[in-house]
Design a binder for this molecule. Sequence first.
Ligand SMILES: [Mn+2]
Length: 486
Amino acid sequence: MSKKFLELYEHCKKVSERILEACEKELYFRVISHLDADGIAAASIISSLFFRLGAHFHLRIIQQLREENLREIKESKESIFIFTDLGSGQIGIIEKNLPQDSVLIIDHHPPEKETTILQANPHLCDIDGATEISGSGVAYLVAKNIDESNMDFAPLAVVGALGDRQDKGEQHRLSELNSEIVKDGVNKGILEENTGIRLFGRETRPIAMALEYTTDPFIPGLSGNHGACLKFLTENVKIPLKNNGNWRTISDLSQDEKTKLVSELIQYMLGPGEMSPEEAQSIVGVIYILPKEEKQTPLRDAREYSSLLNACGRMRKPGLGVAICLGDRSEALEEVESVTTDYREKLAGYMDWLIKPGAVTQTEYLQSFHGGKLIDDRIIGTIASIAISSGIISQDKPIFAFAESEDGMVKVSARATDYQVQQGIDLGTALRTAVKEVSSEATAGGHNIAAGAHIPIGTESKLLQILNKIIKSQLVKNSASNESKN
Ligand SMILES: [Mn+2]
């Protein structure tokens, strides 16, 4: 095991020791986690851990950590505050509002600054938190450290990592520390790693539904559109969709039929779907299966599981996602399916809006769109991700997406491609620097490839002007340092 991994394990061990100490003293835990699939998975791992330890706790899931969240909780005496999948990027406001020795941070976002607060964070050990391990992965390591029996949380950590799109290895495989977590799950018989067609519900759903339900990759024109999927399968792929009156699933197809489906899909994705070659190829790749989940449920495929958690968060039902992670398989599962359907349709509608001419504005070094009040500020980041990763907007420049939030501010979501990051673009740094020039009320955080900010309404164009300059200088600096190396 490499030195940096051991170092992170050491940090996780310290966090787990502090948790056990607090349990002994019967302190109350307040867990604050992030709204996305990784945040919900991380919160669920920690919550399950507390159930097992018999600890008293309260869980809150939020979109972004702001000072008012901390002011609300700081009155709670004799508590331990645990931040999962957030916190490291907001150390300043945490230090200001909470006693430092009662805070634990389990996160994988770049730390805002140095602190004496105890953190388990890959960035502090020279591990890339964007691709090597997720927030739920770090939470898993903490739980595993407390007791090896907690290794049954491994599938949840995988679901979280996939939710954060950390499957950047060959054929969309999880790599580095994530692959160690996969190994734990495989060894326990609660996770399988296969290669195949990456459509949701390969074993269980009628083919048209599998295609319709797949949102990772999101296929413009097909994802979320049942009629279009049926038409595509009957007119382009031309394979029988029924056998003896029963709908066939993808696993029912012969090898020839599968090949035909894949090649037609790739043609569609490159043609009418206007997707990038890499994204089109990604329709075949590594699949993570949870073999203990019932076959007909959306929880068997880890990517589908994560898309479902994400939908819960974005549709303002994070508690439902946590219930699923904690093992609720009754009405919760039915409810989650209807939430996911609504979410998928919402996404498809937003994508239709985005491909209309004039929706995206170009400047020299970046592109942007403004969802105003039309696009929910909880979903704007997902729209930006899908838009750039699917290639339905240009992949030459990073995208900055705006949406008005209920608090009278504007949420900014920035996304880049892997290639742009290799070229020197760092969106987290760019946004953190830019917001300072825009307004003292503005906040920002995030990774090189994905970052976000909150700014006052009316400062959008000023922000874009500043960002345009920063992105330019990041690219220039990178090419200059490459030249000096050559
Ligand atoms: Mn995360």
